[in-house]
Ligand binder design. Structure first.
Ligand SMILES: Nc1ncnc2c1ncn2[C@@H]1O[C@H](COP(=O)(O)OP(=O)(O)O)[C@@H](O)[C@H]1O
Ligand SMILES: [Mg+2]
Length: 315
């Protein structure tokens, strides 16, 4: 079976800026897939290529086996997009905006009305159905964008920073909706700056930088790459950090009565570490392992020596 998304050698430049520079990866059907990368990595450009808003310069992109340009209609009808920027018709009540959207994708009127109702209820703003988009609060606008992505009952749901700037409660609400859809078989492509979001939701993530994919892995696999910290509280604090002859230990520092041991895999080295400390005559009072976060690994993988780009203006 064709994957939900297949991107192969995608290229797109804006003048001197190479927004996509040979971007390649695949997303399996049913996957919850995260697209991570710093501002300007090309994530939104990639999404815009998929939905036909940006014309690529080279390479191929397919959605469920349909070429996004040659078979635009088939590809586009399978995608529901919640875009990074608000782009909503402001002059109609939001339930009508949804009905128009469904109609545009070939859903008959009665079914479109049903779908619009269902989508607004799913995201929890059915009571706002007669309101115009402009009059919604920021959080409700985000909910609405998700509803609009859902109204065509898409096989592929694309969420471009869906929780940017929303409060924790709303973020959790949106997660719950998206997780339920994915459990029901909808493939999800998510871009996010919240590493916690990627760790919690995604089966796999692609780390992108400068228009290319640096790495594709599960969040767990990526975390394995990072180094953990083992915090050991000793009964009597030594004056200097003991020299430890333990495989996997990278660095040992003394912080008050706590020994901070940086190691390749905290869980693996902990038993040897305890044995070695005991052997050296130390009493271990407490031991905690702080696992590397996806964020630390991510920052390492995408760090360049150039000064950071200006923060993206969201407007
Ligand atoms: N319409 C455009 N015109 C000129 N440059 C653009 C345009 N869209 C994006 N870019 C540039 O392309 C690069 C990738 O942008 P984008 O795809 O928005 O990245 P991301 O979504 O990962 O932050 C950035 O350098 C951005 O400034
Ligand atoms: Mg973007």
């Amino acid at each position: 079976m064709e994957p939900a998304i297949r991107a192969d050698g995608l290229r797109k430049s804006y003048g001197d800026v190479q927004a996509l520079d040979g971007l390649s990866f695949e997303v399996e059907r049913g996957e919850f897939f995260g697209l991570l990368g710093p501002n300007g990595a090309g994530k939104t450009t990639f999404i815009n290529v998929l939905v036909g808003l940006v014309r690529k310069d080279g390479g191929t992109a397919e959605v469920f086996g349909f070429d996004v340009e040659e078979e635009y209609r088939q590809a586009r009808d399978r995608i529901g997009l919640s875009p990074q920027e608000f782009n909503v018709d402001r002059f109609f009540p939001i339930h009508e905006v949804l009905e128009h959207k469904a109609g545009y994708h070939g859903v008959p009127k009665a079914a479109a009305e049903r779908r619009a109702e269902e989508a607004l209820k799913t995201v929890g703003i059915w009571d706002k159905r007669d309101t115009r988009f402009d009059w919604l609060s920021g959080g409700m606008k985000r909910r609405f964008l998700l509803a609009r992505a859902l109204v065509t009952d898409p096989d592929l749901l694309i969420l471009d920073e869906p929780t940017a700037g929303v409060d924790v409660q709303l973020r959790r609400d949106l997660w719950r909706v998206i997780e339920r859809l994915n459990a029901g078989g909808t493939t999800v492509l998510l871009t996010t700056h919240y590493i916690e979001e990627a760790e919690r939701l995604c089966d796999r993530v692609a780390i992108t930088d400068a228009g290319r994919v640096v790495e594709v892995a599960t969040p767990d696999e990526l975390r394995e790459r990072g180094s953990d910290q083992v915090h050991v509280t000793l009964g009597e604090s030594p004056t200097t950090a003991p020299k430890l002859d333990v495989d996997g230990v990278i660095e040992t520092e003394l912080d008050g009565d706590t020994l901070v041991v940086t190691a390749g895999g905290g869980g693996r080295v902990a038993p040897d570490l305890l044995r070695e400390l005991e052997h050296l005559g130390h009493e271990v009072v407490d031991l905690r392992i702080r696992r590397a976060s996806l964020e630390e690994v991510f920052v390492d993988m995408t760090r360049t020596d150039e000064p950071a780009a200006d923060p993206e203006v969201v407007g």
